[in-house]
Design a binder for this molecule. Structure first.
Ligand SMILES: Nc1nc2c(c(=O)[nH]1)N[C@H]1C(S)=C(S)[C@@H](COP(=O)(O)OP(=O)(O)OC[C@H]3O[C@@H](n4cnc5c(=O)[nH]c(N)nc54)[C@H](O)[C@@H]3O)O[C@H]1N2
Ligand SMILES: Nc1nc2c(c(=O)[nH]1)N[C@H]1C(S)=C(S)[C@@H](COP(=O)(O)OP(=O)(O)OC[C@H]3O[C@@H](n4cnc5c(=O)[nH]c(N)nc54)[C@H](O)[C@@H]3O)O[C@H]1N2
Ligand code: SF4
Ligand SMILES: [Mo]
Length: 861
C-alpha cells in the first residue's frame, strides 16, 4: 500500500480536501483531509464514495475518429486542421469551445488563451454560464470585480444565516454540517428561502416558501424595512439617483407578502430576525442565479448587505456559493465569453495589456457568444467547428432537444471526456480521452477563494491525457508553438499567476504575485491558500472611485399560469448524484438514495389531476416531454413540479429534464432560467411493471420505462410498459433459462444461469406485487436453481426499504423499526444504535425528519 496523496474532491464547490491511499491497481481508500481548511476532515456521501468511481468501466481510453480508434497524432492533426480550415474560410468567430467548471485552472487557462489570444475570437463559454454567471454579473455591477465576499469561517461567526435558493443539505453538505455545528454551539438562527420545503428547510427556524421568482420583491421589501428602522446607514457606497425613493412605494410588509405569496407574520419574523442580527450571512445559489431575473436577484441581496454594512467583517457577508469544483478557477482565468482573463474585461486597455503579455497573434476584441446563444449559432450553421470539454450539453443545456439537433447538424464536433459514451459524445466526429480525477494534476479554487492542488495518485489508463496537454498539442499543431510550449501544469500556473499581477497595481483584487515564481517542487507541495481571506475588510472596492455601487432593481412582473400550461416546472439536484451521472452513476451505494427520476407534486394537485403516487406521469412543456415516476410531496408548493437534472439516455428511457427547460436567459448574465418553465402533467397508464437484474452490464430493454441502477456486481432496470411484455426476454443474456410464468395471472419470471451461477432475472407482473429487489441482487453470480424465481430467501422476507444512509447501507424500514423498538429519541441515538449518520452525515437531515414525523404520528395517536 502506498502513502496517502493529498488532493481535492472531484465534485462540488465546497472543495473538500481528501487523503487518497491507493490499495490496489485501480482501488483507492478515501478519507477526509483533517488539515484542509474547507472540511477539516469531513466528507459528504459523494466524496466518501469517490473510490467507487475510479474503475475503468465505461472509460474512453483511446482517441476515436468516428467509431474507429485513431492514434493521438492523427486525431490531433485532424482537430487542428479542421479548426484552421474553418477559421481561414469563415473567420475566427466560426469556431467555438464549450468548456467546464470541472476543468482544472491550468486546463482552463490554455483553452482560454488559445481562443482569445491566438484564434482571435472570444467564443469560449463554459457550463458555468448555466451555474453562476448571474453572480458574476451581480458582483461586477456592485463591486467592480467578480469577488465572492464570504468565507466558511463567516458561517462559524454569524448569528443569522439565510439560505436563499440553496438546498445546502444536499448540494453543499459539508458546508451545511458546518452550519449545523455552529447552530449547536452558538444557537445561530437559520432562515431558508425556497419555494420547496427541502431537507435544508426542515432544520430551519423559519422557512419562507415564496412564490418562485419573487426574490427581488422580498429583498427590496427587507431593505425598505431596514431603511425605515435606521439600519441602512453604511458608508462608501454610491446609490444611483432615485434608488431610495423607488423603495418607498409598494415595499411595505403587506404588499411584499402578497407578491411573494407568504404569510405576513412569517415575513415579519424574518425582518425582525434580520434587524436583530447584524452578523448575517446570506448564502445563495441556483434558486437565485438560474432565473431570467438572476442578476437583479443577486444585486437585491448585495444591495441589502452593502446598505446595512453587513460585509467585510467576520460573520457578515453575502455569499454566492459555487457549484462545480473549479467554477471559481474558471472565473479567475477568464473562461466565460464575457470576460477576458485574470478578472479583466474587454476594455481597450485590458485587451492591449493581455495581448502584450501573451504575445498574442490575434486578440479577441469583443465578448463572444454565451452558452445559449452559442448553441443557437451552432443550430443556425454559423459555428463550423465546436470543441466541448468536460461537460454534457446534450443533457444539461436548456431546451436540450434543440441542442442535440444543433450538435447533429454541426460540421465538426470534438468532445474531450473521460467516459466513452455520453448523450453529447454520440454526436462527436472526434472523441479525445481525457485524464480523470485521480489521474490529473493542477489547481482548483473553491467557493471561498481557496486554491488547492488536485494531485494524481493513479497512472493514466490506456492513452488518456490531461486536458491541458490535449489543448496545447492542438494549439501547437495550429501553428502556435512557442506560446503553448508547456511541459507541465506548474509552467501554466506560473504564467497565470504572473498575468494576474501584470500591470495590476491594486486595480484588481485577484493578484497571485506571491505564487508567480514558485518552482516545480514548491508547486507540487503547495498547501491550500486563500487569495483573499477577508475581502472588503477595509471597505474599499475595486471600482474607479473605491466605493461600492447600489443597483436599482425592481421586481419584474410574475407571469400568471397560462391556460395550456397550468403548472410550472422547477429543476435541481439529488443528494447522492452528480449532474449527468457519468461518475456517481457507477456507485451502487450512491444509487440507493434515489433510484429513479421522480416528479414531485403536491398531493392535492396530484389528486385533482389523477396522478397516483408511485405511478408514471408525463411532464410536458412547450420544449418537449418526458416520463417520470410521480412522488406526492406536501413540501411542494401548489402548482409546481420538481424534477431532477441527472438522468440521461445512458441511464433511462425517461427522466430527461433537460429537454423540458425553456431557454430564456437573464439579459445581463445570459444565465438560463432553469428553475421556472411553464408545464403540465398527465398520468401514464401502463399494462405491466417489472425489473431486470443482470450480472455485469446490459443495454436498456426496449419499453416505455426503463431506468438503470448500478448494484453490486451488476445493474438493475426498473421497467414498465404497454402491450405484451414477452418481447423483453429476448433481451436477456444467453445461458440456461429457468422460467416460472403464469400468463393467466399476468406474471412472467425468467432466470438465466451460466455455469450454474445466476446471470440475470426478469420479473414482470400485470397486476400483482413485485418482490423486494435486494435479496435477488444478492443472488447475482451465486449458484442458484429454479427456487430463485420465488424472489426471496426460503421462509424469510426482508425489505429494508430505500437506503438512507449510503455509508453504512441502512434502509428506511430498518431505521423506523429501530426508532420504534428501541425508542430512539434523536439523531445521535440512531447513530449509536445503527451507525446511520455517523460517517459523512449526509443523511442526518433525513433522520431528523423521520424522528419528527414519527413523533407527530404518536402525538396524533
Ligand atoms: N448532490 C449534488 N450536489 C451538487 C451538485 C449535484 O449535481 N449533486 N451540483 C453542484 C452544482 S454545479 C451546483 S450549481 C450546486 C447547486 O446547488 P443548489 O443551488 O443548492 O441546488 P439546486 O437543487 O439546483 O437548487 C436550489 C434550490 O433553488 C430553489 N428555487 C427554485 N426557484 C426558486 C426561486 O424562485 N427562489 C428561491 N429563493 N429559490 C428557488 C429550488 O427549489 C432548489 O431547492 O450544487 C452543487 N452540488
Ligand atoms: N434543468 C436544469 N439544467 C441544468 C441545471 C439545473 O439546475 N436545471 N444546472 C446547470 C448547472 S448549475 C450545471 S453546473 C450543469 C452541469 O452539467 P454538465 O457539465 O453537462 O454535467 P456533468 O455530468 O458534470 O458533465 C461533465 C462531463 O465531463 C466529463 N468529465 C469529468 N471529468 C473530466 C475531466 O477531467 N476532463 C474531461 N475532459 N471531462 C471530464 C464527465 O464524464 C461528463 O461527461 O447543468 C446545468 N443544467
Ligand atoms: S461537500 Fe461533498 S461533494 Fe462537496 S467537495 Fe465536500 S465531499 Fe466533495
Ligand atoms: Mo452548477
Amino acid at each position: 500500500m502506498s502513502e496517502a496523496v493529498r488532493t481535492t474532491c472531484a465534485y462540488c464547490g465546497v472543495g473538500c480536501g481528501i487523503r487518497a491511499t491507493v490499495t490496489d491497481a485501480r482501488a483507492v481508500r478515501i478519507e477526509g483531509d483533517p488539515e484542509h481548511p474547507a472540511n477539516h476532515g469531513r466528507l459528504c456521501s459523494k466524496g466518501t464514495h469517490l473510490g467507487e468511481t475510479v474503475g475503468l468501466e465505461r472509460r474512453l481510453l483511446h482517441p476515436m475518429i468516428g467509431d474507429r480508434r485513431a492514434s493521438w497524432d492523427k486525431a490531433l492533426d485532424l482537430v487542428a486542421r479542421r479548426f484552421r480550415e474553418a477559421i481561414a474560410e469563415h473567420g475566427p468567430d466560426s469556431v467555438a469551445f464549450y468548456v467546464s467548471g470541472q476543468l482544472l485552472t491550468e486546463d482552463y487557462y490554455v483553452a482560454n488563451k488559445l481562443m482569445k489570444g491566438f484564434i482571435g475570437s472570444a467564443n469560449i463559454d463554459t457550463n458555468s454560464r448555466l451555474c453562476m454567471s448571474s453572480a458574476v454579473a451581480g458582483h461586477m455591477r456592485a463591486f467592480g470585480e467578480d469577488v465572492v465576499s464570504g468565507s466558511y469561517a463567516d458561517l462559524d461567526a454569524a448569528d443569522l444565516i439565510v439560505l436563499v435558493g440553496s438546498n445546502t443539505a444536499w448540494c453543499h453538505p459539508v458546508v451545511y454540517q458546518r452550519i449545523m455545528a455552529a447552530r449547536a454551539e452558538r444557537g445561530t438562527k437559520l432562515v431558508v428561502i425556497d419555494p420547496r420545503r427541502t431537507e435544508t428547510a426542515e432544520e430551519a427556524d423559519l422557512h419562507l416558501p415564496l412564490r418562485p421568482g419573487s426574490d427581488v420583491a422580498l429583498f427590496n421589501g427587507l431593505l425598505a424595512h431596514c431603511r425605515a428602522e435606521g439600519l441602512a446607514d453604511a458608508v462608501n457606497l454610491d446609490a444611483p439617483e432615485g434608488f431610495w425613493e423607488a423603495l418607498g412605494d409598494g415595499h411595505d410588509l403587506w404588499t411584499t407578502a402578497q407578491t411573494c405569496d407568504l404569510a405576513p407574520a412569517d415575513l415579519q419574523r424574518f425582518y425582525q430576525l434580520f434587524a436583530a442580527h447584524p452578523c448575517t450571512v446570506t448564502l445563495f445559489s441556483q434558486g437565485i442565479n438560474q432565473s431570467i431575473r438572476g442578476t437583479d436577484q443577486v444585486n437585491a441581496i448585495l444591495n441589502l448587505h452593502l446598505a446595512t454594512g453587513r460585509i467585510g467583517t467576520p460573520g457578515a457577508a453575502p455569499f454566492s456559493i459555487t457549484g462545480q469544483p473549479n467554477a471559481m478557477g474558471g472565473r479567475e482565468v477568464g473562461g466565460l465569453a464575457s470576460t477576458l482573463a485574470a478578472h479583466r474585461g474587454f476594455g481597450d486597455q485590458d485587451i492591449a495589456e493581455v495581448g502584450r503579455f501573451w504575445a498574442a497573434e490575434r486578440m479577441a476584441t469583443k465578448p463572444g457568444l454565451k452558452a445559449v446563444d452559442l448553441f443557437r449559432a451552432v443550430g443556425e450553421g454559423r459555428i463550423k467547428a465546436l470543441w466541448i470539454m468536460a461537460t454534457n450539453p446534450a443533457v444539461s443545456m436548456p431546451d436540450a432537444g434543440r441542442v442535440r439537433e444543433a450538435l447533429a447538424a454541426c460540421p465538426f464536433v470534438v468532445v474531450s471526456d473521460v467516459v466513452a459514451e455520453t448523450d453529447t459524445s454520440v454526436h462527436a466526429h472526434v472523441r479525445l480521452p481525457a485524464a480523470a480525477w485521480g489521474e490529473k494534476d493542477g489547481t482548483v479554487t473553491n467557493s471561498e477563494r481557496t486554491i488547492s492542488r488536485q494531485r494524481a495518485f493513479l497512472p493514466l489508463p490506456g492513452e488518456a491525457k490531461p486536458d491541458w496537454w490535449i489543448v496545447t498539442q492542438v494549439a501547437r499543431r495550429m501553428g502556435f508553438r512557442t506560446a503553448f510550449a508547456y511541459d507541465r501544469p506548474a509552467e501554466i500556473w506560473r504564467e497565470h499567476a504572473r498575468l494576474t499581477a501584470y500591470r495590476n497595481q491594486g486595480a484588481r483584487m485577484l493578484d497571485l504575485t506571491a505564487r508567480a515564481a514558485i518552482g516545480n517542487e514548491a508547486y507540487d507541495v503547495m498547501a491550500p491558500f486563500s487569495w483573499n481571506p477577508q475581502p472588503f475588510a477595509d471597505r474599499r472596492y475595486p471600482t474607479d472611485n473605491g466605493r461600492a455601487r447600489l443597483v436599482s432593481v425592481a421586481q419584474r412582473p410574475l407571469d400568471a399560469p397560462l391556460r395550456n400550461w397550468p403548472m410550472t416546472l422547477n429543476t435541481g439536484r439529488y443528494r447522492d448524484q452528480w449532474h449527468t451521472m457519468t461518475r456517481t452513476g457507477l456507485s451502487p451505494k450512491l444509487a440507493r438514495h434515489r433510484e429513479e427520476p421522480l416528479v414531485e407534486i403536491h398531493p392535492e394537485d396530484a389528486a385533482a389531476l389523477g396522478i397516483v403516487d408511485g405511478a408514471l406521469a408525463r411532464v410536458t412543456t412547450p420544449q418537449g416531454e418526458s416520463l417520470f415516476r410521480a412522488a406526492h410531496h406536501p413540501g411542494q408548493r401548489r402548482g409546481e413540479l420538481f424534477t431532477p437534472i441527472h438522468w440521461t439516455d445512458q441511464q433511462a428511457r425517461g427522466g430527461r429534464t433537460g429537454v423540458l427547460a425553456r431557454d430564456l436567459a437573464d439579459p445581463h448574465s445570459g444565465q438560463p432560467g432553469f428553475k421556472l418553465s411553464p408545464a403540465r402533467i398527465s398520468p401514464v397508464v401502463v399494462d405491466w411493471r417489472g425489473f431486470l437484474i443482470v450480472h455485469g452490464d446490459a443495454p436498456a430493454p426496449d419499453c416505455l420505462w426503463a431506468t438503470r441502477v448500478t448494484v453490486p456486481g451488476g445493474v438493475i432496470y426498473e421497467l414498465a410498459g404497454t402491450g405484451e411484455p414477452a418481447a423483453l426476454d429476448r433481451g436477456l443474456p444467453r445461458g440456461e433459462r429457468i422460467e416460472a410464468s403464469d400468463p393467466a395471472r399476468g406474471t412472467l419470471r425468467v432466470g438465466v444461469l451460466r455455469d450454474g451461477l445466476l446471470a440475470a432475472v426478469l420479473f414482470v407482473t400485470r397486476h400483482g406485487e413485485l418482490p423486494s429487489r435486494d435479496w435477488l441482487i444478492g443472488q447475482l453470480h451465486q449458484p442458484q436453481g429454479p427456487q430463485v424465481l420465488a424472489g426471496r430467501a426460503p421462509g424469510r422476507r426482508s425489505d429494508r426499504g430505500p437506503v438512507l444512509c449510503a455509508c453504512f447501507d441502512i434502509g428506511l424500514h430498518s431505521i423506523i423499526a429501530a426508532i420504534r423498538d428501541q425508542q430512539l429519541q434523536d439523531v445521535a441515538a440512531i447513530g449509536a444504535a445503527l451507525g446511520a449518520g455517523t460517517n459523512c452525515g449526509s443523511c442526518r437531515p433525513a433522520l431528523a425528519r423521520i424522528l419528527n414525523d414519527m413523533a407527530k404520528e404518536v402525538a396524533h395517536g
